[in-house]
Ligand binder design. Structure first.
Ligand code: HEC
Length: 156
């Protein structure tokens, strides 16, 4: 092996090591932050005033309360910073796959519809802010998802 090859090998190794350190430091930061965040969410209000929500979504609220309080406080999803339908959709799937969660696909859909609608009303500022920062395709998708929920649960 030429001396220059050895040097470049050593440099590559050093870069990889530096990268690994940087990545794991970043991960720890995220985890430390979210631990504190989770505690904040857990301490917040633990119910939602759904009295003005469409009847079907008031029913879904009960399913949400039952299914999403098995492993942590119900306050956690009530106070977290998810708002857009697609964020909820992805996150609920993640919760469904955790060991010990017994959420059927039908229940997950109802919980999703409740949380997306609830966010659009109760967290309107956050909801609108996220929507305005999304790219055009995402915004169109989120709008379509909201329209579908509103149409399905329109007050009769
Ligand atoms: C089987 C246990 C379990 C069930 C059931 C469950 N969760 Fe969770 N949830 C967790 C765990 C564990 C965490 C901690 C973060 C992680 O591991 O993803 C968490 C964290 C969260 C967070 C905070 C995440 C963040 O990064 O802000 C939210 C919001 C949440 N869950 C919502 C829900 C909703 C909504 C439901 C009902 C559809 C639900 N959870 C049902 C286990 C569960």
């Amino acid at each position: 092996m030429k001396k220059s090859d050895v040097i470049s090998l050593v440099l590559t190794g050093a870069c990889a090591a530096a990268l690994i350190v940087a990545v794991s430091a970043a991960e720890e930061e995220v985890q430390a932050l979210s631990k504190e965040q989770l505690a904040q969410f857990d301490k917040g209000p633990s119910s939602v005033d759904v009295s003005a929500y469409p009847a079907g979504l008031r029913e879904n609220y009960q399913i949400f309360r039952q299914k999403c309080s098995v492993c942590h406080t119900i306050a956690r999803p009530i106070n977290c910073e998810f708002a857009l339908p697609d964020e909820w959709s992805r996150y609920i799937k993640r919760m469904m796959h955790k060991p010990g969660s017994s959420i059927s696909p039908g229940q997950a859909k109802k919980i999703y519809e409740f949380l997306a609608y609830d966010s659009s009303v109760r967290k309107k500022a956050l909801f609108d802010d996220k929507l305005s920062k999304a790219d055009a395709a995402t915004r169109a998708d989120e709008d379509a998802r909201m329209k579908a929920i509103l149409a399905a649960y329109a007050q009769k």
